[in-house]
Design a protein around this ligand. Structure first.
Ligand code: ACK
Length: 910
């Protein structure tokens, strides 16, 4: 009976009175199955020896647990003695698991009964206690094993033996199924990593994993599966969405009700299909409601102003449930007068829509260039994102209008004034009495050979135009028509003209030896006439020519590239052309007695020696402040010549914006060059110290001064070659003067002259590409440098191209990059810089043009100058686009109505 008096079967032994006991009980063969390690739970009772009267030292209080692995049951003889016939010999090859003792013995409070039986119920005051002990056996590798219990003389009853192993049971976690897993059997406690498999209608998000611990517990869940589209999670499984619901994305989200105007009759719908007459645009998400095309636009109105029509309408009453309504405008012209009436032709290609005819999001459009005396019909269609899917014409509204009759053709015969390789100048005659005032002319042209490729357009306010950006040696066809208040006239009779031939050996704009020779002869004749004239009049106001040149003269001067000024007064003489260069110093400078000079302090270091400030006294005159450039001792004759060379050049110039030479000291030591003192030093460092403190008028005034000095130099045929803010000096009244004539060379008497020299250091950031590439220095390359000086001034002495390397500067210029407008720099000044930085040097402005532009800018008042300025350098928007390497946009600009630079300057970001 157990402790609760239930009958139990036991194996028992109690040979405590006899010595040398060795009794064995061996189990049946136990198959191992998946176990690597098994647990053996033994329940038993054991009497303590002291409770048994008269027992000696032979009594034991423990027994041994043993096991033996085998792939099949052992034969009975080996396996054990039977319970009926105790074995005298212990079974072979059993390994000991442990010696087991009882935790709790039967406690005796009275004398024990004589027969020693544990099965007796009448134990009086004795309390029977069952012991439970668990031992681990393993790791096991064979197919099964026997257990054995060895008694060496104890009084013991074995009540039960339970053999088991532990496993992590199959489970579902995060919608993944994990199979039964047996923990590792070795002694290490490392976990078994198990990969889960997603349940039906679920898909893997991150690899699902669990770890099986030694005690059969699942640990550390990782990754997960989610329900596929059309399925949602319920009770740890993925179930299909009900009809009327959908789920468009895999994930742990619920099915959603179908959006408006859609349905899902079957379960597990990934998306709801649109009801009849409703659609989804390709870009609409499945969550979006189904929509339909809009109704027609409303209240279409048309008005006319000159040759421009304006259409306006109201948005459709029903946008179809969408916000992406756009409009398309179709145009038909149905002839004018009696003879053309009734015949209608599409006219989208003949007129210009502003902003465009298709994809309009606003409810208005302007239509330019409508013909006079015509009937136009316009149709405005409303579209939205699903119009393309609705297999029917968009809802539309029509309106018609007749334009007033225009006068007769107003453009006479077109003639060619001149042609260069890339430009052709045209003019034509207006008919005597145009029916209504001519607003401007539209010139259409194309390459004759490629007629069908594309047309280009330019506009002109006068009866002439220079069409530029053309290809050399190419025949072009030109048509001209006038725009009057009552519409466009028809095109003139076409005229065909060719651009000049390319002549790479000469490289001049005219490109022909003949023209060069003629130009030289003409220039010489002009010089002779001018000399005679000057002799007669005795006046030498040569520079007045520049100022008095009419705008037309300047323009033709510009159009023909950089030609030498029409009338030149004095020409610069290069000291190097003297047989003895020191003679030039005598001719152009004044020797000063060093006693008249008082050196006060050193203000800097020049190339040849120190630069000092001091005073110069002249008899009968006030003392003046001077800067004194010295030639340091130990110089060579060559250094002396180079040093004085600058004085020989400077002495030839007399202009308020050129540093004034007071004289030289050559007959005593140290050799000195004395120039006027400029209180604010060099322009670059001056600007850096003034950041943000000068007004726009002051900055532009400084630029004007530099342009004036440079105009003087270029008129004298002098090329500076090192024009940069560091070589401009500033006096106390902020007057800027060009200085540093060390690098300068003469511009020879050739109209196109600029020459190539070799092996000189070049200030890359300030120098024009052709001067860098093949030393082609000219007034046009000085104009490039002037653009850089403008940028330096407007950015308060910032380094051009910042920290870019010289090589990168060269490459980026080559690729068309140009410095952007400095902060706060007016648009027109930046445009002027861009104009100076045109790749084709012939297109760069002359200094006299720069000067007159800046004068205008100053006189028109800088603040409101944008509206009031015209752009004397750019003949057309096309020229300007050419200059900034955006020629491909010419037609877009013209089509959008940006035909003047004024209108371009007023353009908004939109
Ligand atoms: O930037 P700065 O003060 O201006 O430092 C240089 C330095 O001498 C070396 O060239 C200054 N400098 C040169 N010529 C003159 C001048 N005519 N008047 C005043 N400073 C001058 C220049």
């Amino acid at each position: 009976m157990d402790e609760r008096n239930r009958p139990i079967h036991t194996f028992q032994v109690c040979q405590v009175m006899e010595g040398h006991q060795n009794n064995w009980l061996v189990s049946e063969w136990v198959p191992r199955r998946a176990a690597q390690k098994v647990f053996v739970e033994v329940r038993f009772t054991l009497r303590d020896c002291s409770s048994i009267p008269w027992v000696g030292g032979t009594c034991k209080e423990t027994f041994n647990l043993l096991y033996r692995e085998s792939d099949a049951p052992l034969p009975p003889s080996t396996s054990a003695s039977s319970s009926s016939t105790p074995a005298t010999r212990p079974p072979a090859h059993f390994a000991k698991v442990d010696t087991i003792a009882a935790d709790l013995f039967i406690s005796l409070v009275d004398t024990i009964a004589a027969d020693q039986s544990f099965t007796q119920t009448d134990l009086g005051d004795r309390v029977l206690r069952l012991n439970t002990e668990v031992r681990q056996v393993g790791p096991l590798t064979r197919k099964g094993f026997h257990l054995a219990f060895q008694d060496l003389g104890a009084c013991i009853a074995l009540v039960s033996v339970r053999v088991f192993y532990k496993k992590c049971p199959s489970t579902v976690r995060n919608l993944a199924l994990f199979p039964d897993t047996v923990p590792r059997g070795d002694t290490s406690s490392s976990l078994v990593e198990v990969r889960g498999r997603c349940l039906e209608h679920a898909e893997e998000r991150e690899e699902p994993k669990l770890y099986c611990g030694v005690d059969g517990d699942w640990l550390v869940p990782l990754g997960r599966c989610v329900c596929s589209i059309g399925y949602e999670e319920a009770h740890g499984r993925c179930l299909g969405c009900n009809p009327g619901f959908y789920k468009a994305f895999a994930g742990n989200i619920k099915c959603s009700k179908c959006p408006p105007h859609s349905s899902s009759p079957a379960p597990s719908a990934p998306v709801c299909s649109c009801d009849r007459g409703y659609y989804r645009a390709p870009s609409d998400p499945p969550t979006a409601a189904c929509t339909r095309p809009p109704s027609a636009p409303r209240d279409l109105l048309v008005s006319i102003n000159g040759s421009t029509l304006f259409l306006e309408w109201a948005a459709p009453a029903d946008p179809g449930g969408r916000r992406d309504v756009t409009y398309v405008v179709h145009c038909w012209r149905c002839g004018g007068g009696a003879e053309g009436a009734g015949q209608c032709e599409p006219c989208e290609d003949d007129v210009h829509f502003l902003p465009r005819p298709l994809g309009l999001s606003s409810t208005r459009v302007a239509i330019q260039d409508v013909l006079a005396n015509s009937n136009y019909t316009f149709q405005v269609e409303a579209l939205n994102g699903v119009s393309a899917q609705a297999n029917r014409r968009p809802a539309a509204l029509n309106i018609s209008i007749s334009t007033a009759p225009a006068g007769a053709s107003v453009v006479g015969l077109i003639s060619r004034d001149w042609a260069s390789q890339t430009s052709i100048a045209l003019s034509w005659q207006e008919v005597e009495q145009p029916p209504s005032p001519i607003l401007d002319y539209e010139i259409k042209y194309y390459e004759k050979e490629q007629k069908h490729l594309s047309y280009s357009y330019v506009r002109s306010h006068t009866a002439g135009v220079v069409v530029s950006g053309l290809r050399p040696s190419t025949l072009y066809v030109f048509h001209v028509r006038a725009r009057t208040a009552s519409g466009l006239s028809s095109f003139s009779v076409p005229a065909e003209f060719s651009t000049a031939d390319k002549s790479p050996e000469l490289g001049g704009p005219q490109g022909s030896v003949l023209v060069m020779v003629l130009a030289a002869v003409g220039g010489f004749s002009l010089l002779v006439i001018l000399t005679l004239f000057l002799l007669i009049t005795g006046r030498c106001q040569w520079w007045m020519n520049t100022k008095m040149k009419s705008k037309e003269q300047r323009r033709s001067h510009y159009q023909n590239g950089h030609v030498v000024p029409f009338a030149r007064g004095k020409t610069y003489v290069d000291p190097d052309t003297y047989e003895d260069p020191t003679q030039a110093v005598h001719d152009f400078t004044m020797e000063i007695d060093p006693a008249r000079i008082r050196i006060e302090r050193v203000i800097g270091a020049g190339e040849f020696g120190e630069v000092c400030s001091g005073r110069l006294c002249s008899p009968g005159k006030q003392e003046v402040g001077v800067a004194i450039k010295t030639l340091k001792g130990g110089y060579t004759e060559g250094q002396r010549r180079d040093f004085l060379r600058e004085a020989g050049i400077m002495g030839q110039f007399h202009h308020p914006n050129i540093i004034r030479l007071e004289g030289v000291v050559t007959k005593s030591r140290p050799v000195m060059i004395i120039v006027e003192f400029m209180q604010n030093g060099s322009l670059d460092s001056f600007l850096r110290g003034q950041e943000g403190r000068l007004t726009l008028v002051q900055l532009v005034g400084m630029l004007r001064g530099i342009a004036s000095g440079m105009a003087y130099l270029s008129d004298m045929g002098y090329v500076h070659r090192d024009l940069a803010a560091r070589n401009i000096l500033v006096d106390e009244a902020l007057v800027c003067k060009v200085s540093d004539f060390g690098l300068s060379r003469v511009l020879e008497d050739d109209p196109e002259a600029s020459y190539t020299s070799v092996g000189e250091k070049i200030p890359i950031r300030w120098t024009a590409p052709e001067a860098i590439a093949y030393r082609k220095f000219s007034s046009a390359s000085d104009a490039w440098s002037y653009g850089i000086v403008m940028w330096e001034v407007m950015s308060y002495g910032e380094r051009p191209y910042w920290e870019m390397s010289n090589q990168d500067v060269i490459l980026s210029i080559e690729e068309g990059y140009r410095l952007p407008a400095p902060v706060g720099c007016p648009l027109e000044l930046h445009q002027l810089m861009l104009h100076c930085w045109q790749r084709d040097r012939r297109l760069r402005p002359h200094f006299c043009d720069l000067l007159s532009f800046l004068d205008k800018l100053i006189h028109n008042g800088l603040s409101e100058s944008v509206e009031s300025l015209d752009y004397p350098f750019f003949i057309s928007v096309g020229d300007w686009l050419d200059s900034i390497k955006m020629s491909q946009y010419k037609n877009n600009f013209i089509a959008a109505g940006y035909t003047t630079l004024d209108s371009v300057s007023a353009m908004s970001i939109e």
